[in-house]
Structure formats: C-alpha cells, structure tokens
Design a binder for this molecule. Structure first.
Ligand code: AKG
Ligand code: MN
Length: 141
C-alpha cells in the first residue's frame, strides 16, 4: 500500500506504474526539512509504504530507476513497528547478507554506488507485528 507525494513537476515510474505526485503537506515538509539538514541534499519526492502487519512485505530490488540519476540518494525514515531491512550484494556471493533493524523514528541513508551493487528487501515475518509506515525520500531528476 503506497502513496507518492512531491514536487508536482516530477513524475516517477515505479514497478512499471507511472506515479503522479500529490502536493507536499505540512507534516511531510516538516520531516523533509529535518532530513535535508542531516543529508545535506534537497529531495523532490517521497514514496510512502504502509505495512499493516508481518504479512506485508517488499521483495528484493534496487532503487535504480533512471529518474533517480546515476547514483540515487534515498533517505528512508520509519515510523511504528520495527522491521528488518535486509541487504544483499548483487554479484559477490562471499559477502553475507546484512540485516538492519529499522526502528520507530530511524533514518537510513543510501547513496553513492549502493544501488549498483546492492539489493534490499523487507521480508515477511511470522511474528505478530503492528503497523509500520516507511517514507523513502528521493531525488528525481
Ligand atoms: O520499507 C522500507 O524500509 C523499504 C522501502 C523500499 O525499499 C522502497 O520503497 O523502495
Ligand atoms: Mn527500495
């Protein structure tokens, strides 16, 4: 379950779907402004993902759509239930998968060549998990 907000001049094709952004609201701008101070970069857009429980998940992928440019910068802010964010190297089988617990209020910043070499996912969980909302701020060129 997703929603896409941002500068209304910036469309985004995601998983083969053309997303037209909803205009920024006050709450999202508050988070965006704090994030931009930390990341030292201006974001154009944010994709929201709503995970109702442990059955909602997201499969392996890289955030490498062409609109995100050569080296995508992704600022990922999480609220609610903690979930495991897993990363795996695309080419090197000798590098172990990395598990990162994304807790309420956490920020994960991906940049540089990360999307060239790594995929990420949010796996399903058999545990009883409460709701989580994740915001991935993106720069669309
Ligand atoms: O929910 C998350 O932490 C990851 C979301 C994600 O990878 C995406 O929206 O591309
Ligand atoms: Mn992603």
């Amino acid at each position: 379950m997703t929603a896409f907000y941002g500068d209304t001049s910036k469309d985004y094709s995601y998983s083969g779907i053309l997303m037209k952004p909803i205009e920024w609201n006050e709450e999202l701008l508050l988070i965006k402004n704090r994030l931009e101070e930390v990341a030292k970069i201006k974001f154009t857009s944010v994709l929201l993902n709503y995970y109702r429980d442990g059955k909602d998940s997201m499969g392996w992928h890289s955030d490498d759509e062409k609109e995100l440019g050569q080296n995508p910068v992704i600022g990922s802010v999480s609220f609610g239930e903690s979930r495991v964010f897993q990363m795996r190297h695309k080419f090197r089988k000798d590098i172990k998968k990395v598990d990162i617990k994304l807790t309420d209020g956490s920020l994960l910043l991906m940049k540089g060549s990360t999307q060239h070499f790594w995929q990420h996912q949010i796996p399903k969980s058999k545990r009883e998990l409460k709701l989580r909302i994740n915001l991935t701020f993106r720069v669309i060129i």
